[in-house]
Design a protein around this ligand. Structure first.
Ligand code: URA
Length: 249
């Protein structure tokens, strides 16, 4: 396969953008800088790097970010720092965050360019567990625990679905919910006359925040993590039909 095609299919940019990268000497194959866009690479064997970072030839890309507080979950914002600013050196176009964490919430955020997986993970029908660590203003009363477990009124038509509640310490709890309503955890605690002082997402479905990632750091998902998410949530027939729709077939 031509080097420029490899790069653009690996998500590094459009064909003309990657040709510029090659011309500028930013691309190496097996450790040697290559300046010919048309030179041939063996996609399964050669190690192709852009700006020193190895690219893998896969159609879709998946990263976990340890979101710090103080950045907004958006692809663009004219005034505030976004999660995409934290991953700007990933040489993949079209990444977006799967779901949203509030500006002051920390923790696991999945970034991908796989629209089908993102759609499935966010679909209420899929009942994907999301577990949060919350530090709260006051210890939870037994009534509050039972209300959260049954579902609480957060001022919408429907109560929240039952949540899992685990008490870690007096004012530290784990809450697992399957929905993703706006400010949901904060509003659930408010509904039981309490308040979230600190919030961190620990997991989403089978994906758990890597403890070795410092706030603001990210890493690509391991093959096993990608496979586990897909196995749980994406049926190939669904992917094929969604991709056919996108391609206008
Ligand atoms: N619930 C919230 O209140 N905030 C988040 O960021 C995520 C869940």
């Amino acid at each position: 396969m031509r080097l420029d095609r490899f790069l653009s299919e690996a998500g590094a940019g459009t064909r003309s953008e990657v040709k510029q990268f090659i011309r500028k000497g930013l691309v190496s194959v097996n450790g040697s800088i290559i300046k010919e866009a048309g030179s041939q690479v063996a996609e399964e064997e050669d190690v192709v790097c852009l700006k020193g970072q190895p690219l893998s030839f896969s159609k879709y890309h998946y990263y976990m970010l340890h979101k710090p507080a103080g950045v907004v979950t958006a692809t663009m914002d004219s005034r505030q720092k976004t999660v995409m600013d934290l991953v700007s050196d990933i040489p993949v176009k079209g990444l977006f965050p799967v779901g949203r964490l509030d500006k002051d919430t920390e923790g696991l955020l999945l970034l991908t360019d796989d629209g089908v997986l993102a759609h499935e993970l966010l679909s209420p029908k899929k009942h994907v567990d999301k577990t949060y660590l919350a530090e709260i203003r006051e210890p939870l009363s037994l009534e509050a625990v039972s209300a959260l477990r049954q579902g609480v009124d957060i001022g919408e038509k429907k109560k929240t679905e039952p949540a899992k509640v685990e008490l870690l310490e007096e004012k530290r709890i784990l809450l697992t919910i399957q929905e993703g309503r706006y400010h949901q955890i904060k509003r659930m605690l408010k509904a039981v006359e309490n308040e979230v002082l600190y919030l961190k997402r620990l997991s989403m479905g089978s994906l758990t925040l890597d403890e070795n990632l410092m706030k603001g750091e990210y890493r690509p998902l391991k093959e096993s993590e990608i496979e586990a998410l897909k196995k749980e949530y994406v049926h190939d027939a669904k992917r094929e039909s969604a991709e056919e729709k996108t391609a206008g077939i």
